[in-house]
Design a protein around this ligand. Structure first.
Ligand SMILES: C[S@@+](CC[C@H](N)C(=O)[O-])C[C@H]1O[C@@H](n2cnc3c(N)ncnc32)[C@H](O)[C@@H]1O
Length: 239
């Protein structure tokens, strides 16, 4: 049965979308009831968030998505469904993680089908880097989870390697159904990939409580990366 449509006021959407800012987020200001917080990074149009927020009212969910059009689709659906435990933030998640998430305050992160950036020269744009993992681990409570899935085997192996090398996250064994099924896919991209018959690679990690090393600010990271590349090119040209 289709849900009846009703006009959604800007105010409804505004209440759901977290304001831009620089200070640390305060979960008790964002959510109407105290509950463990789960964050999805790159939440797209929100299939995962909308399902989980309805299924688990005892948790609070935050979606961080940088495309405003996607964020709006998710926000409108959340308002129509009357979800009170869901908030959205339009931003670059790398910057938010570094600057605005209180340490040891997040119960779980979800990163599903992160952009793979296929071309060799674009791979540096991938969201998973040693610094990103350190930032995720810093934000997680001890025992808090990182759940991820991708259809790109090589990217999956890179993420597993980076998590292992960090010493901050321990791999855990999820059950297959925890990462969606053809009847109940976790996210829109997963639905598409399952239809196309692509394999899905998924992993679950838990924070082991080791303190994360300090990480450079995201803009500084890009500068360091460019410098390193320039130095590498110089060394190749010389030798
Ligand atoms: C391939 S889509 C996957 C969407 C969704 N997770 C799914 O599985 O259906 C990747 C999403 O991540 C978002 N994204 C990529 N980099 C991001 C970043 N640094 N911060 C926030 N969102 C980001 C993109 O805008 C896009 O919506």
């Amino acid at each position: 049965m289709r849900r009846p449509r009703f006009p959604i006021g800007e105010k409804d959407i505004d209440d759901l979308v977290v304001r831009e800012g620089e200070r640390l987020l305060r979960w008790e200001e964002l959510f109407s009831s105290p509950a463990p917080v789960e964050i999805e990074i790159g939440s797209g149009k929100g299939r995962f968030l909308l399902t989980e927020a309805a299924r688990r009212p005892e948790r609070n969910f935050l979606g961080i998505e940088r495309r405003v059009s996607h964020l709006r689709v998710c926000a409108e659906r959340a308002v129509r469904r009357g979800l009170r435990n869901l908030r959205l933030l339009r931003a670059n998640a790398v910057e938010i993680l570094w600057a605005r998430i209180p340490p040891a305050s997040v119960a779980a992160f979800h990163v599903y089908y992160p952009d793979p950036w296929w071309k060799a020269r674009h791979k540096k744009r991938r969201i998973f880097t040693p610094d990103f993992i350190a930032d995720l681990a810093r934000a997680l409570m001890t025992g808090g989870e990182l759940r991820m899935a991708t259809d790109v085997e090589e990217y999956f192996e890179q993420i597993v390697r980076l998590a292992g090398e960090s010493g901050l996250l321990d791999a855990a064994q999820p059950t297959a159904e925890e990462f969606g099924t053809p009847d109940e896919p976790l996210t829109s991209y997963q639905a598409k990939y399952l239809r196309l018959g692509r394999p899905i690679y998924a992993a679950l990690f838990r924070s082991n409580g080791t303190p994360s090393p300090p990480t450079p600010a995201p803009r500084e990271r890009m500068r360091l990366l460019k410098e390193r590349r320039r130095a590498e090119r110089g060394a190749m040209a010389e030798g």
